[in-house]
Design a protein around this ligand. Structure first.
Ligand code: AMP
Length: 579
């Protein structure tokens, strides 16, 4: 079914005038304009100065930057001035350990206020911050810390206990800083208590800020083959965080903003820290997980005006029903955006009914560092479309020869390099980085098409990476965990379509001689992957097969497993060994 375009309200009936308008979207634009707008007399272009410190020396000093609500319902509030001092202290803690520019500092923390002091303190020092998702099991943590050669890990007592076994495998890890909110934790060897270290550190930071082109942050992202790779971003990205905060999230000075993404993923840093704070906006962070009533309560209690969330969450809210929403006053909401997976038109229409406004889909990925394609507050929304490229970014659809194809034709979604938040490398994998550029374009790995009016429409991915609830899962990681079980001979992992999470992880497994495909074994394998990797990554389904389809060179053909699952034609099987 085709959905009609959703017109914008008349300008006089909008709560605020959108920051971006049609002439600005279409006219010539140079990123230097934004850089000039941000550059004050200090000349600093770096994340901690632009997001925190410049506000701390301005009338925004006492403005709430972070309103945090814990799982227990208690809230805490931190101004820009508070965050400036806390991040100064943490920079001094690190420098007391001899940590210097370019060193890697990782967090494996719940969404607690200390996380923000750690991120900005690390950035101030010019060290590289690597935030990890708190639901990870020991193996993803070990792989990432080892690959990055992390010198410092900041974690909590509970999460430290989850990964205790892998710490001995990380010879480069010198310091473990424990954030113990309960103040009950008995410090172990090599460990430092965050609160003690912060109390004895100076609140003045006398070092110099990193430069615009220094490395700032790395996020690991999954590919089809091999372990996840660390996409590295520089401080200059702040320019685009700031600009897209204005244009796409449509920030206005008195907004209360809520980004539901976890800082272990790029949305949770670019839009859960950098975009709101470079714009001097107050944001809410909720420590708890998803529950429809809890989420609606956050919007109601803090009078959230701008909300950035994800399609799976919206579909879960749809499932909870309109009645759940009707119990709350959600009238503060002015602008809603979504990212991470395709936003189905039904969800956009549901937003119109329940929030009296469309949900604005936008597109970007870890490597792009910030939003590149979006539906804007000023522009009519075409349900199902990701919108149009932001000013200063050229996106195109390319054929297999990497030249542009006409509107309506599906192809590779590609971006002309040079946007400010572009990733600079994959850590230790420069060749892989180079392979992402073809014929003068960055190839995103997504397939899409445009319509005649320049709106982009997502089609799918070009690789086997699975998108489950907005989390990218590399099949290789799951397969590697499964074949560590003594019963498993081979494993092939695919994404199976799912009405809520877009895809769920499904594994096909063949067993070694002497093992039987029992329900107990299936449970054991699911538990194994949950424990080692993460609950979100563990297969939702496991199917036992006598053998898996392989090429003559022995590579498992996930494409055929997927075709079988979906009941589709098997396509070219000429390179197949057996099935
Ligand atoms: P990540 O690097 O984990 O942020 O994931 C990025 C990937 O998520 C993209 O390459 C897409 O495959 C998918 N994605 C992100 N936003 C959208 C969107 N608005 N519509 C469709 N897919 C999206």
């Amino acid at each position: 079914m085709d959905y009609p375009e959703i017109a914008k309200p008349e300008p006089g009936r909008m709560k605020v005038r959108p920051n971006l308008d049609a002439p600005a979207l279409s006219s010539g634009f140079d990123w230097q304009q934004i850089e000039n707008e941000l550059r004050d007399k200090t000349g600093e272009i770096n994340l901690p100065y632009l997001a925190i410190d410049r506000h701390a020396t301005s009338p925004r000093r006492d403005k709430p930057a972070l309103i945090w609500e814990g799982r227990n319902g208690k809230s805490e509030c931190y101004s820009f001035g508070d965050l400036a001092l806390a991040s100064n202290r943490f920079a001094n803690v690190l420098s007391g350990f001899g940590i210097k520019k370019g060193d890697r500092v990782f967090t494996f923390l719940e969404r607690v206020p200390e996380l923000y002091a750690v991120v900005f303190g690390t950035l101030k020092l010019g060290a590289i911050i690597g935030p990890l998702f708190a639901d990870f099991g020991p193996e993803p943590v070990r792989d990432r810390l080892r690959d990055a050669g992390a010198r410092v890990l900041v974690t909590s007592p509970t999460l430290k206990a989850h990964i205790a076994d892998i710490l001995a495998e990380l010879p480069e890890l010198e310091h473990i800083i424990i954030v113990d909110r309960s103040r009950q934790y008995a410090r172990g060897e090599k460990e430092i208590l965050f609160h003690q270290a912060m109390d004895s550190a100076s609140p003045d930071f006398t070092g110099s800020y990193p430069g615009a082109d220094d490395y700032a942050i790395m996020h690991y992202t999954s590919g089809t083959t091999g372990k996840p790779k660390g996409a590295v971003h520089i401080h200059r990205a702040a320019i685009q965080h700031y600009a897209t905060g204005k244009w796409v999230l449509d920030f206005h000075e008195n907004d209360i903003y809520w980004c539901t993404a976890d800082p272990g993923w790029v949305t949770g840093t670019s839009y859960g820290m950098f975009a709101p704070w470079t714009n001097g906006i107050t944001q809410v962070v909720y420590e708890g997980g998803f529950r429809a009533s809890a989420w609606y309560s956050i919007i109601e209690k803090y009078r959230v005006t701008v909300w950035y969330t994800a399609p799976t969450a919206i579909r879960m809210l749809m499932k909870a029903g309109e009645v759940a929403a009707a119990h709350h006053d959600l009238g503060s909401l002015r602008h809603i955006c979504s990212v991470g997976e395709p936003l189905n038109p039904e969800a956009v229409m549901w937003g119109l009914k329940v929030f009296q406004q469309p949900i604005h889909d936008n597109w970007w990925q870890t490597e792009t560092g910030a939003i590149l394609i979006a539906n804007y507050a000023f522009m009519p929304v075409r349900p199902g479309s990701m919108g149009r490229p932001i000013p200063g970014v050229r996106a195109a659809i390319l054929g297999d020869d990497y030249t542009e194809v006409p509107p309506g034709t599906e192809g590779h979604l590609a971006i002309r390099p040079g946007w400010p938040s572009m990733f600079q490398t994959y850590w230790h994998s420069p060749d892989l980085y180079q392979s992402r550029f073809k014929n003068g374009w960055y190839i995103t790995g997504d397939r899409a098409r445009t319509d005649g009016d320049g709106y982009f429409w997502f089609v799918g991915r070009t690789d086997d990476v699975i998108n489950t609830a907005g989390h990218l899962v590399g099949p290789f990681e799951v397969e590697s965990a499964l074949i560590e079980h003594p019963a498993v001979a081979e494993a092939g992992v695919i994404g199976k379509p799912d009405p809520i999470a877009m895809e769920v992880v499904k594994a096909f497994v063949s067993l070694k001689e002497g093992y039987q495909p029992t329900p107990e074994l299936r449970r054991e394998l699911v538990n194994l992957t949950r424990r080692k990797l993460a609950a979100a990554v563990a297969p939702r389904e496991i199917e036992f097969l006598p053998s898996l389809p392989k090429t003559r060179s022995g590579k498992i053909m996930r494409r055929l497993l997927k075709a079988k699952e979906l009941g589709l034609p098997l396509g070219d099987t000429s390179t197949l060994e057996e099935f």
